[in-house]
Ligand binder design. Structure first.
Ligand SMILES: Nc1ncnc2c1ncn2[C@@H]1O[C@H](COP(=O)(O)OP(=O)(O)OP(=O)(O)O)[C@@H](O)[C@H]1O
Ligand SMILES: [Mg+2]
Length: 495
């Protein structure tokens, strides 16, 4: 379905600023629809070559009330309406004033009371806002009367180009709605009336005095935005808290007449539950982040201990073993480091890859300079997949740097050691390919024979923990030589 902006620019001659004005109106007109308990339509004049001569309207927007059943089951947005079926809309365009009457609508049995409100922008009537009033359920209650009188004042503002406001949308998602509670403030700042929901909200703030006829300030409640809204005739919102547990949102919609605010509609919403939920979620996130941070610190402490111990041992073999263990622990710490910055079920694996490459580069002292090139990326991965995969990749990269280029140290060898890591997603799996241009695997090499620790770890992680596959082979010299490793890990199935 086309958006208002698309419809308007395609089918009318409205300019960008007028369209923005209409967008602002429709962003906040659920308020109008609820205050009047009515369906609303927004119509503009069609301007198309095929239509020259005949006058038609296009429906740019439609709004249903939240507090009544709708009259219009059909979606009329984008439909063309004949002008002679809507004489009052035509009149509103021509006269620039509001016209009240009746209209006959397709599929609706009775004639429907209709208000046609010209939408002025600058000096021009850019559209007509149509209110289609549903059947009344008995005489209007006091609140209904009050709502309707507010609605009327807002309609005059629409016709005078003072509503919608330039500043902001008044009733977007998450904003208070009419059902949440209304306090109507008059031009002197005194409460004209408050709905039961609004009174409840005041009670929650500890205000029990009867509101009518008093300013909020007299009742012991200071809501600066109400004062500001009245003084400067601008919409504004503010949250008032009472202790940790109560939070009430005040959303001020000034009623403007001849550039002066003659009152303020204050939409009041109890957001205590929302705030509490936010706090819990924020606390939980912070806690998870903190845990990762501590795990990372602890792992770093362990790896420093191992490093110290390695330095103290005289035996080369022991020293190497300790250094290897230190490196393995650091590659796990890398994952927790990233998680401590953005905790969650998922982690951006590419950040981890960057850190791993740096880690391998500076732990393995190759006799020959080696370049590690990373191509592609894996995007975000679930955290229970990221840690084992990171450790496996660290092992494989380390092996390539450590073992592939042992002959390259000879002075007469001009070759440059290159390790490429290709990362991509394929058919629901994360694929990592590590290729080096070194000496390749020995004749008797077999991945299945658990001789050394490094590859045993990789095998166990990839097959048992990640339910993936690993393949390792020498590349024939004709194809450049070296070793090729391919790890495939399913990302869709939960581990
Ligand atoms: N990219 C490679 N190029 C050449 N040989 C390799 C490569 N990767 C592994 N190898 C061979 O496979 C052997 C087993 O590797 P593995 O990682 O299991 O043990 P390691 O690296 O020797 O010791 P560690 O347990 O410290 O990792 C290596 O010793 C090496 O000979
Ligand atoms: Mg190894």
């Amino acid at each position: 379905m086309a958006t208002l902006a698309e419809l308007a620019s395609l089918r009318t001659d409205l300019d960008e600023h007028s369209i923005d004005h209409l967008l602002r109106l429709t962003a906040s007109w659920s308020l109008l629809s609820d205050l009047s308990f009515s369906d609303m339509l927004l119509m503009a004049k069609v301007d198309e070559p095929s239509n020259r001569g005949a006058e038609n309207f296009v429906v740019l927007g439609q709004m249903r009330p939240n507090n009544r059943s709708t009259l219009l089951n059909d979606d009329l947005v984008g439909t063309t309406q004949r002008a002679d079926a809507w004489p009052l809309v035509r009149l509103a365009f021509e006269s620039g004033t509001m016209n009240v009457g009746e209209v006959k609508i397709d599929k609706v049995d009775e004639v429907v009371p209709v208000w046609c409100v010209p939408v002025r922008f600058g000096t021009r009537i850019v559209a007509v806002m149509v209110r289609l009033q549903g059947p009344l359920r008995g005489p209007a209650s006091l609140y209904e009367q009050a709502y309707l009188s507010i609605f009327e004042r807002l309609c005059s503002m629409v016709a005078n180009a003072t509503f919608p406001y330039r500043e902001e949308d008044v009733a977007g998602p998450g904003m208070p709605r009419v059902g949440d509670g209304i306090i109507l403030i008059d031009g002197l700042g005194e409460v004209e009336f408050a709905t039961p929901n609004a009174t409840n909200a005041l009670h929650r703030l500890g205000i029990y005095a009867s509101a009518e006829g008093h300013t909020l300030r007299e009742m012991g409640l200071r809501v600066r935005v109400v004062e500001r809204s009245l003084e400067f005739a601008i919409p504004a919102m503010e949250e008032i808290d009472r202790g940790q547990d109560v939070a009430i949102m005040f959303h001020c919609v000034p009623l403007i007449d001849h550039n002066i605010a003659t009152g303020v509609i204050v939409l009041v919403r109890d957001v205590s539950d929302l705030r509490q939920l936010n706090r819990v979620v924020l606390n939980k996130e912070a806690a998870v982040r903190e845990v990762h941070h501590r795990v990372k610190n602890n792992l770093q402490t362990i790896s420093s201990l191992l490093r110290l111990q390695a330095r103290r041992s005289d035996e080369v073999e022991t020293r190497n073993a300790l250094q290897e263990a230190e490196r393995r622990i650091r590659s796990i710490a890398v994952v927790h480091e990233v998680l401590s910055r953005e905790p969650g079920e998922e982690v951006v694996f590419d950040e981890i890859v960057r850190s791993l490459v740096l880690l391998v580069e500076d732990t393995v002292l190759a006799l020959h300079p080696v370049e590690i090139i990373v191509n592609g990326e894996l995007g975000t991965l679930s955290t229970d997949l990221a840690t084992p995969l990171a450790v496996a990749l660290a092992e494989l990269l380390t092996n390539a740097v450590e073992h592939a280029f042992v002959d390259f140290g000879d002075n007469d060898n001009e070759q440059v050691g290159v390790v490429t890591l290709n990362l991509f997603q394929e058919g629901g799996s994360a694929v990592a390919e590590i290729r080096d241009n070194g000496r390749g695997l020995g004749e008797d090499f077999s991945l299945e024979v658990p001789t050394s620790l490094g590859l045993s770890i990789v095998r166990d992680l990839v097959r048992t923990q990640l339910h993936g596959t690993i393949e390792m082979k020498s590349v024939p010299n004709a194809e450049g030589g070296g070793t090729f490793v391919r790890v495939v890990v399913p990302t869709t199935a939960r581990l």
